[in-house]
Design a binder for this molecule. Structure first.
Ligand code: BEZ
Length: 325
């Protein structure tokens, strides 16, 4: 680098430092996923880029693996301003903002790429607008995990085989309604408890995505993997509305742009990797069954009937899904 260019760069850095230092902030960002998970890596990349973009004025400490509590607890901390930021399942947020339950319409997305296109739509973005008033958080954009599959300790040949099974679900209402309609005994359980619960038979089956089935080896304690792809699993980048209110316009713009970029990057990661994980799971030699919506019979109609009463966004999301196929 030439001497002149060095001076220009240093001056720019100094200017950045001076202008940001008045509002320098050490943000804390919580999430429930373990350190190697795609969401955690994206959170760390966001922190690094925010620090660079602010000339080192801002930093982000990332707390993965539920170090700050489960998602319900983190959402409360965001509301009081005790926590600045989170990458959180839309599932948890939908417990406070039921409109977001529309994303879990069974087979709304045809495949993982389609799920990504739905989440990148204006319809999806508009569904974040009420969050500050309704939940006390600002939603800057969506990410996602893989489509949902079923891992079972016993043989599964039809949806009747799910009847009465203690089936682990992420704790949120749309999935509870789905498995109740299927006739299973849905058992809400946070992610960190799942491995032991499946290993020791506390649950008979789990609802899970391909990444975690493969990376955390849930298949080890299973006889059957049902690749059903029955639901998408969105994530949202959140900032406490209280913290947001205290940021300058420049800081808000920078945080929003960079956080949205990094949560969005998770969509590309799942689109790229999902098929590979599924292939590897199939290659384990466990019974592997690919099914579609017909496997679940009337359960899907039942879910649609319940949720068309609970959310007004279902039609708009379906229109968006049709136009992004
Ligand atoms: C789950 O509850 O299954 C889950 C939570 C966060 C990321 C992926 C999966």
């Amino acid at each position: 680098m030439s001497y002149f260019r060095k001076i220009v760069v240093s001056a720019a850095t100094l200017l950045a430092l001076t202008s940001w230092s008045a509002q320098a902030k050490e943000f804390r960002l919580g999430l429930i996923t373990p350190p190697p998970h795609i969401w955690t890596k994206a959170a760390e990349a966001f922190g690094e880029e925010l620090s660079e973009a602010s000339g080192g004025a801002h930093s982000v400490s990332v707390f993965p693996a539920r170090q700050l509590g489960n998602e319900a607890e983190m959402l409360q901390q965001l509301q009081t301003g005790a926590l600045d930021m989170a990458f959180m399942t839309v599932a948890e947020v939908s417990n406070r903002a039921p409109e977001l339950g529309a994303f879990y319409a069974p087979y709304l997305a045809d495949d993982i790429g389609h799920a990504g296109r739905i989440l990148r739509s204006d319809t999806a973005k508009s569904m974040l607008e009420p969050l500050p008033g309704q939940v006390g958080v600002v939603g800057v954009g969506y990410g996602m995990a893989g489509l949902r599959q079923i891992v079972s300790r016993g043989e599964i040949n039809s949806s009747e085989d799910l009847s009465g099974l203690k089936l682990r679900i992420t704790p949120f209402t749309p999935i509870l309604d789905f498995y109740n309609a299927v006739g299973a005994a849905p058992t809400p359980m946070p992610l960190p408890a799942v491995y032991d619960a499946l290993a020791n038979g506390q649950v008979d089956a789990i609802d899970m995505d391909a990444e975690l089935i493969w990376v955390l080896k849930y298949y080890d304690h299973a006889d059957t993997i049902v690749q059903s792809d029955h639901m998408m699993f969105p994530m949202v980048g959140l900032v406490s509305a209280k913290v947001w209110a205290g940021l300058s316009d420049d800081d808000r713009a920078m945080v929003a742009e960079l956080m949205a970029k990094h949560v969005d990057s998770t969509i590309d990661s799942y689109v790229e990797k999902e098929a590979g994980w599924l292939e590897q799971i199939e290659g384990t030699g466990k019974a592997y069954k690919k099914v579609d919506a017909s496997f679940f019979g009337d359960a899907i109609g039942e879910w649609n009937a319940i949720w068309s009463e609970k959310t007004s966004s279902l039609d708009a999301l379906r229109e968006t899904a049709a136009s992004t196929q």
